[in-house]
Design a protein around this ligand. Structure first.
Ligand SMILES: C[S@@+](CC[C@H](N)C(=O)[O-])C[C@H]1O[C@@H](n2cnc3c(N)ncnc32)[C@H](O)[C@@H]1O
Length: 147
């Protein structure tokens, strides 16, 4: 089956070059703006009460798709779905960023790890009660996170 997604906005960031773009929000202090297209702006009501939000977006400049990849944080290959690599069958990215402020249809955010002009697909509030797990295993990354 195929699905069609609607672009609901654009993520503006300081980054024009993939190689210079942080690899995850927890490694980024960069600020940016999420511009939500005006027709979707009513959906932003009450979002300002949340300190962090999920951004889902299209890796619009990813090239190709391999099912085994070398992630940014390792020098060995792993199955694509065991990584956050941007080259995917469905090139969808996911970032938890800090929401600094909402100005009508524009969100000021911190912790940006995407290229300027990245198409926005969805926004969801980050809710620790829903999303935080404490009894976790982190696979190949466990060793890398200690380095
Ligand atoms: C490793 S991915 C992680 C992104 C997200 N936090 C995730 O886990 O889905 C981040 C990298 O993707 C690349 N990237 C960022 N925005 C992109 C875009 N719009 N198109 C293609 N590649 C992008 C950059 O090289 C950046 O360092």
């Amino acid at each position: 089956m195929e699905y069609t997604l609607k672009q609901i906005g654009v993520i503006h960031s300081p980054f024009r070059d993939k190689a210079q773009t942080p690899i995850q929000p927890n490694r980024s202090q960069a600020r940016g703006q999420v511009e939500v297209f005006p027709e979707y702006a009513p959906g932003l009501q009450d979002l300002e009460g949340f300190s962090h939000i999920y951004l889902l977006y299209a890796f619009h400049l990813s090239e190709g798709c391999a099912l085994r990849v070398q992630p940014f944080l390792d020098d060995e290959e792993h199955g694509l779905f065991a990584t956050r690599h941007p080259c995917r069958p469905n090139p969808i990215g996911l970032s938890v960023v800090r929401l600094l402020a909402r100005r009508d249809n524009v969100l000021d955010i911190e912790g940006v790890d995407v290229l300027d002009g990245t198409p926005l697909l969805d926004i969801k509030p980050y809710v620790p009660d829903f999303d935080v797990r404490t009894d976790v295993k982190t696979g190949w990354y466990a060793q890398r996170s200690k380095e």
